[in-house]
Design a protein around this ligand. Structure first.
Ligand code: PMV
Length: 323
């Protein structure tokens, strides 16, 4: 009898040019293209086993059964794409410390897209996998690929997918996640995006500016200009957070310590060590730097934050099947 079972691993990513707003809620088409770095330390392992006797999907996260309508909806999208009708038992383990404040939805839906299509004996190319992952969570579109990836905004389901960006550089880039708070976020990314698109008076300027940032950060990557690269990423993150401050009702993801962390990074930079920060839909601050400067920057940060609140990651691989 044929085996309808597969397991996959995908790593999470940190956006350096942010996705913050949808032009199509159903298809998850973004308002602007984005760019990220996939990270080695944080990943999700997922196994999918189809069983024709099941009448609905069963989902287990870190060993506990969960009712998750988003996962069920996503499995319906997978079934539409594979033409394989059965329901499945899905088992996911997150190796993304919830405390890290890194979106586990990126690694989760990238791993599920690969495992669920492979278990249906479909070998889709990475572009198609990226399009399927997109339907689970926007940031998952990029986690199909390793290293730097760009999500092309597209105009429809076919044209909105990520692609890898392969640049030669000797930066040996690292990301330090400064863990500030591990509580669930007050405003989900889905809610936050909807509010800013509908109400921020700056939204149309954001789109223009994010498009310019995307173009310029790719030039900085191609010309190995780390300073320019970091400055664009930092400024892009701050513009995203400015949208939240200008929305109605306004909201923000800053904790007092997030602001302190940003100021400390600016001080370390003034000492001559290039490092730049970014933040997503939560209070934790992520710092990008070169490996050559990592130990000095970590030592500086340890003057202000406990060592076990500083998590270091390097570039990670794309989604892959597990034996
Ligand atoms: O993929 P979502 O729906 O969790 O949204 C992610 C949004 C940000 O992390 C803030 C930005 C991004 O591009 O990943």
């Amino acid at each position: 009898m044929a085996q309808y079972q597969a397991s996959a691993r995908a790593h999470t990513n940190i956006a350096l040019i942010k996705y913050w707003g949808k032009k199509d809620q159903q298809l998850i088409l973004p308002m602007n293209g984005s760019l990220s770095l996939t990270l080695d330390k944080f990943y999700t392992d997922t196994s999918v086993s189809y069983d024709k006797n099941l009448t609905q999907d069963e989902f287990y996260l870190n060993g506990a059964q969960k009712e998750d309508p988003k996962v069920m909806h996503f499995m319906d999208i997978v079934r539409q794409n594979t033409g394989f009708d059965s329901h499945a038992v899905i088992k996911s383990t997150n190796h993304v410390p919830t405390a890290a404040g890194l979106a586990s939805s990126a690694s989760a839906y990238a791993a599920l897209a690969l495992a669920a299509t492979a278990a249906a004996n479909k070998k889709f190319d990475r572009q198609k996998l990226s399009r399927i992952a997109r339907r689970g969570s926007g940031s998952a579109t990029r986690s199909i690929f390793g290293g730097f990836a760009e999500w092309l905004e597209g105009t429809d389901d076919q044209s909105s997918y990520a692609q890898p960006l392969e640049y030669e550089n000797d930066w040996d880039i690292r990301m330090i996640a400064i863990v500030i708070d591990d509580q669930p976020k007050k405003v989900s990314s889905r809610q936050g995006m909807q509010t800013v698109v509908a109400t921020s008076p700056f939204y149309s300027e954001w789109i223009k500016s994010a498009k310019t940032d995307l173009k310029n950060i790719k030039t900085a990557l191609a010309s190995q200009d780390f300073k320019h690269f970091g400055e664009i990423a930092e400024s892009n993150a701050l513009k995203m957070h400015a949208l939240n401050l200008s929305a109605q009702p306004h909201f923000n993801y800053f904790a007092p310590a997030s602001i302190i962390a940003m100021n400390i990074i600016e001080e370390i930079r003034e000492l001559g060590y290039p490092c730049y920060y970014t933040m997503d839909a939560g209070p934790n601050v992520k710092v990008i730097c070169k490996n050559a400067d990592l130990s000095v920057i970590l030592r500086q940060l340890q003057n202000h934050f406990p060592a076990d609140h500083l998590l270091v990651a390097a570039p990670g691989p794309g989604a892959q099947l597990l034996d």
